[in-house]
Ligand binder design. Structure first.
Ligand code: ADP
Length: 480
């Protein structure tokens, strides 16, 4: 099928979160499965600074935003594995940042309009029309909305798919955005989706309402977001459209995340030859300023320090961990000041047991996955989660809360691959860590548990199959 994949971030070019990993890997997996895929994203200023090789401009036009018309040029990146188009809209992207400048509504209205202009150009010049447009997150969500409303005459028969990577980010703006978007609905569409959305211009809600199929990044999260607890105000809309809602687990880039070839590690290893993992653990302990202690359980966290990740539960569990166990803990992360300083103080008070590293450090992250015995993810919600997938592959046994993608990938018990707790409760988390530490005391059983996780296949091929089925469904809905 012909697929146009729309995203605001694409790894390795621009990445602020998991969306970029998906937009970097999934189109390539779809292409490998035989689909005709191209990707379109903003031409951020920083891409120019990075010296991204481009061809073009291959098209140029003007785009409306409110009363103004803005320039738009389309470039083609020349060294990306999948055809990649870059939208050069100076009014929106000629600035250092990616998001958060206060005019993001205008910027991503222009982006959506630019995508549609590029589609129109390719149709006229090359006769190429996608069977399906796949919009990711709120930044791209107006693309399906325009396809099914103002541009329905031209693009109404194209299948539309909207993927939610994290429902906490919806692109909510005030009703003035309506005019900026060139839309003139009498009653705001948002009003029908309940009081928590009313009055706002909600990019994501519009994309979800206009898409033939809605997807999110795990089956459990697809169920959770239909409830008030996880729905972030959009549960009414998602419940009403639940027959169109599908959860597909993200894959992992198994070439990038491979302990057998990872250049950041002290020694290579894999499930069949795990000896190198002990060397990685020793190296990590030395790097953190500790003596080598092969038998002492080493726990790791690599995470944004935000309330979503449930690390306040870990703070609550620390007194127990320090008093009743011999475990060491390394935390790599940055984010909310309160969480960062709480971990900072705890590490300063227990320098031999607890280490905190702040900032974003991909190489250290790999060394932590490789060097630790247990990996902790007590998330409040987790659309899919990449951390536990990397941890599984690197033989750091995950201890997770059963939510979203964590519930779909980590199983406790006979034939399990980790440890799981349910309620958001520090005592429950302590219980799960205690069970893990108990299992750790039996080396043979531990080695089997660890190897089971390392052997699991979380590559992108399976996800690409799932999306292929979704695209066929979306195209069928649009056609009939
Ligand atoms: P989210 O996308 O919500 O942050 P995920 O678990 O899906 O959570 O993905 C997070 C990714 O970012 C993982 O690959 C994790 O290793 C990485 N990561 C998070 N914080 C850091 C950090 N401070 N340094 C390096 N990598 C990090």
């Amino acid at each position: 099928m012909r697929i146009l994949f729309v995203a605001a971030e694409v790894a390795p070019l621009v990445k602020t979160g998991g969306l970029a990993d998906v937009a970097g890997a999934l189109p390539a997996a779809l292409q490998a499965a035989g689909h005709d895929v191209c990707v379109i994203m903003p031409f951020y200023q920083r891409l120019r600074a990075q010296g991204v090789a481009v061809l073009g401009p291959v098209a140029a036009t003007f785009l409306p935003a409110g009363e103004r018309m803005e320039e738009c040029r389309v470039w083609r990146a020349t060294d990306h594995p999948v055809p990649l188009y870059l939208l050069d809209i100076p009014a929106a992207f000629a600035r250092p940042g990616i998001y958060g400048d206060g005019d993001d509504d205008r910027r991503f209205i222009l982006f959506a309009r630019g995508v549609l202009a590029a589609m129109q150009h390719r149709r006229e010049v090359h006769g190429w029309i996608p069977d399906v447009v796949h919009a990711n997150d709120w930044h791209a969500a107006l693309v399906p909305h325009y396809c099914k409303t103002t541009l329905a005459y031209t693009f109404g028969r194209i299948g539309t798919v909207c993927t939610i990577h994290n429902l906490a980010y919806q692109g909510r703006f005030n009703p003035f955005t309506l005019a900026l978007a060139g839309l003139t609905e009498g009653g705001l569409l948002e009003n029908q989706w309940g009081p928590r959305v009313a009055g706002a211009f909600n990019f994501l809600a519009r994309g979800l309402a206009a898409s033939d199929v809605i997807t999110t990044v795990s089956p459990t999260y697809a169920r959770e977001i239909r409830t008030a607890e996880y729905g972030e105000g959009l549960e009414g809309l998602l419940l009403a459209r639940q027959h169109r809602l599908v959860g597909i687990l993200n894959g992992l880039d198994t070439r990038l995340f491979d302990p057998a070839t990872d250049p950041h590690l002290a020694a290579p290893y894999d499930a069949d030859a795990p000896a190198g993992k002990a060397a990685c653990k020793a190296a990590l302990q030395r790097e953190l300023g500790w003596a080598e202690a092969p038998d002492r359980p080493l726990l790791g966290v690599v995470s944004r320090l935000v309330s979503q990740k449930g690390l306040d539960l870990l703070l609550d569990a620390l007194p127990w961990l320090l008093r009743d166990t011999a475990a060491q803990l390394v935390v790599l992360g940055s984010g909310e000041h309160g969480l960062e300083s709480a971990f900072h103080h705890a590490a300063a008070a227990h320098p031999g047991r607890l280490a905190l590293r702040t900032g974003f450090d991909a190489a250290l992250a790999q060394r932590i996955y490789a060097g630790t015995d247990l990996f902790l993810m007590p998330s409040r919600f987790e659309p899919c989660g990449l951390g536990q997938l990397i941890a599984l592959r690197y033989g750091s046994v995950p201890v997770v809360r059963a939510t979203g993608g964590l519930q779909d990938t980590v199983r406790e018990g006979y034939e399990g691959n980790g440890f799981v707790f349910h309620p958001v409760d520090a005592g429950e988390f302590v219980g799960a860590i205690a069970r893990a530490l108990e299992a750790y005391r039996t080396p043979e059983g531990w080695a089997m548990l660890r190897a089971r996780g390392m052997r699991e296949d979380h590559g992108w091929a399976r996800a690409a199959e799932g999306y292929g089925a979704v695209y066929r469904r979306a195209a069928a809905f649009a056609a009939g």
